[in-house]
Design a protein around this ligand. Structure first.
Ligand code: CP
Length: 311
């Protein structure tokens, strides 16, 4: 079985069968990760560069770990400690790295479309690790794996995505994925952080009332307020945001059910989510991080063109 695409640029380009194949392969790799020796030789002759033009903790570490678990050779590139500061272009940087016989590129960039641009100019397989406010496909895939582990499947499940939808690549990748896989979606947050085009482009519900979203959903995926991407005032203050839209223990205890709480990280505790919710038994935030390694192993493996999982 193969993915329908040579690259993973976004969930937008994937078929439901691709998503199922990645999730099924990730489940197999998750079994490998439970063993005393958490390593397979699948990518022994493959070299991967992790090209990070923007900061990251979870994505960067889990890609590197996934590559090591698959026995690939890895190179880590950080824009702020490279010759980018001397004016070298993205394409020159990548072509120089590829000339050292690198097979795959994992890339995070603050510019929307940077990995798509690269895919038109280089022969190597590219995995988008987050491009601007566009997509973060492996995050949506690990979110999907985390939901299916707890709830069985995505079809018909009610997922509320709460917070800064406008600046969130996690939101867009989740919307593509959940729509393709038959889940229902409600977007919740301040009107200034929910762009109009989303309602015109996707079958999603909108509410500006977080309590209403929580009462409706099986899963709440809570997003960080991305102040670094906001160049205008979109809400009054972080304190008032927390009062109106923050997920609190009080809000959850008023529900007649237990819902799953997710967050892609990094968390702003006391802003979009309170600590006693993030650290509660309903939270699967660290399961998401754990699943990130298996999902990234699956994506690397499937894009490397191997025929079957060597376990
Ligand atoms: N979820 C996520 O992308 O986190 P990082 O920015 O730390 O990689």
């Amino acid at each position: 079985m193969h993915l329908s695409s040579k690259h993973l640029l976004g969930i937008r380009d994937l078929l439901p069968e691709d998503i199922n194949l990645i999730l099924d392969t990730a489940k197999q790799f998750k079994e490998v990760l439970q063993r005393p020796i958490k390593k397979v030789p699948s990518l022994r002759d493959i070299t991967v560069v992790n090209l990070f033009y923007e900061n990251s903790t979870r994505t960067r570490i889990s890609f590197e770990l996934a590559e090591k678990r698959l026995s690939a050779d890895t190179i880590n590139f950080s824009a702020n400690s490279s010759s980018v500061s001397k004016g070298e272009t993205l394409l020159d940087t990548v072509n120089n790295i590829l000339s050292m016989k690198v097979d795959m590129v994992v890339m995070r960039h603050s510019a929307t479309g940077a990995p798509h641009f690269l895919s038109n100019h280089i022969p190597a397989a590219i995995i988008n690790a987050g491009d601007g406010i566009n997509e973060h496909p492996t995050q949506a895939l690990l979110d999907a794996l985390s939901i299916t582990e707890k709830l069985g499947s995505l079809k018909g499940k009610k997922v509320a995505i709460i917070g800064d939808i406008m600046h969130s690549r996690v939101a867009l990748s989740n919307i593509y994925l959940l729509t393709k896989m038959g889940a229902e979606i409600t977007l919740a947050g301040p009107p200034t952080l929910i762009p109009k085009y989303i309602t015109e482009s996707f079958p999603v519900n909108i509410t500006y009332n977080v309590k209403e979203a929580l009462e409706w959903c099986d899963v709440a995926n809570v997003l960080r307020i991305q102040l670094e991407r906001q160049n205008q005032v979109l809400f009054s203050s972080l304190r008032e945001y927390n009062q109106a839209f923050g997920i609190t223990k009080q809000l959850l205890s008023g529900l007649q059910k237990d819902i799953l709480i997710m967050h892609p990280g990094p968390i702003n505790r006391g802003v979009e989510i309170d600590s006693d919710v993030a650290d509660s038994g309903q939270s699967i935030i660290l399961d998401q991080v754990e699943n990130g390694v298996a999902v990234r192993m699956a994506v690397l493996y499937l894009l490397s063109g191997r025929k079957e999982v060597s376990t």
